[in-house]
Ligand binder design. Sequence first.
Ligand code: GLN
Length: 542
Amino acid sequence: MVKYVFVTGGVLSSVGKGILTSSIGKMLQARGVKVNVIKIDPYVNVDAGTMNPYMHGEVYVTDDGGETDLDLGWYERFLDLDLKKDNNVTTGLVYKAVIEKERRGDFLGRCVQIVPHVTNDIKHRIRGVAKDSGADVVLTEVGGTVGDIEGLPFLEAIRQMRLEEGYENTLYVHVALVPVLDVTKEMKTKPLQHSVNELRRIGIQPDTIVARSPEMIDAEALRKIALFGTIPEEAVFCSYNVGSIYQVPLILDQQGMSDFICKRFGLSDRQKDFKEWRQFVEAVLKPEYEVKIALVGKYSGLADSYVSMSEALRHGGAACRAKVNIDYLESEKLEQNADCAEILKGYDGIFVPYGFGPRGTEGKVAAVKYARENDVPFLGICYGFQLAVIEFSRHVCGLKDANSTEINPDSPYPVIDLMPEQRGIEIKGATMRLGAHKIVIEPDTIAHKLYKCDETYERHRHRFEVNLDYSEALRKNGLVFSAKSSDGRRMEMLELPDRFFFFASQFHGEFKSRPGRPDPEYYGFIKACLDKKLGKKEPEFS
Ligand code: GLN
């Protein structure tokens, strides 16, 4: 029988439900339990694809082309899973399906209602993931905060699942903030008590409560949470601030959370093994070196806009025992300030991430130029790749005002452009080139050295491409396209062999990066930054 864990959150959003859910998954995995994870997002958008990263954080892309919530990224990184579109359920998705059914007449004249039609659809999706993945335990994280209007149908659905799946196969985990007062240093459990009450009002009694607080909760707070939450003290845990997010499963395990869950599910006979995870955490916590990276982006005010990228950079760092310090620089500032050298000097590497639209692009081009001319290790991803092509076209190939038609439709040299078949698409949702596509890597290139294979699958999310009319001119001037799509029509990676490390990709390697198994391009970049800093003649990749 499949077991279900449901994670809800209280008091505030951003209380770390995604990390907690991933950590519970990790603790189960460490005992050999096969897990899978679903994120419920109660917003009315059908998927995250049309949402502004500056407000909601990055859009995470799955192999099958799903544009999903960034929490799926945490699940994939913690649990080394390749999730699917179906692992992210939104109100928009559910209602769209229910309304389409109604229009088809599938409900045979009945009045279509939230209970049971919407709730049935939700339960069906959760069970569908359980069935498709073949997992022993399916974790479902309900986004938002208990008490939100949008979340109610989802909470009702998971409430019903206890009745249908049985007590022994379901577990409700509630996480809520326990603030510590500045002056008295007192730990306040009252907001948490209120959120537990709110959950009960909906009909869910939590089985375990996790206090999210800056430090380990004291005995008094723990006693109160147990008493008012009507659970034994052994069922109260604390997720306190730690040096690395990857420590969270370890600190919860230490408090007995994995024993508690496994006992409850009858899985406690299994031995746990955190060896590899611990090794990675060790490497993160005890670095020998340090590199300083300038991330020149458009959404730099919100670090969550680039979370998979910054994590991939850190995975790369852990592999060479280097702490990676990232400064998020607003690209528009480089545009206004003619002396971009002043801002960029002192960085070991320059990183230009993904992006959309014209704003801030000239600042990014200036950063690429600085990196190329001063031979500072450079990595460009997606827009970063396209802007590197633009910079090279303008300043090396002499194609003045070369640009992408996304930025300047009237550019005399549209070196980045739409493919003919993409012209005329006006709908915004899910119309990009999305998900995993095969790429073919050229022999004798840096790419080949890093990827150690002739072909691989990488995840994409873009509309524009290198315009093949210019690829010969670029090549003649020394730019190497070291990987292409399998039909050869799309350029996937570029490099400048005469630089210490100048590399970019049209795809997003960060979505495949895992702790202990960094993505090759991110590893290559950080290793190059470190080796250059250490005065080596060329980067030494393992
Ligand atoms: N805006 C560019 C495109 O649509 C790049 C997209 C990206 O960086 N993800 O092709």
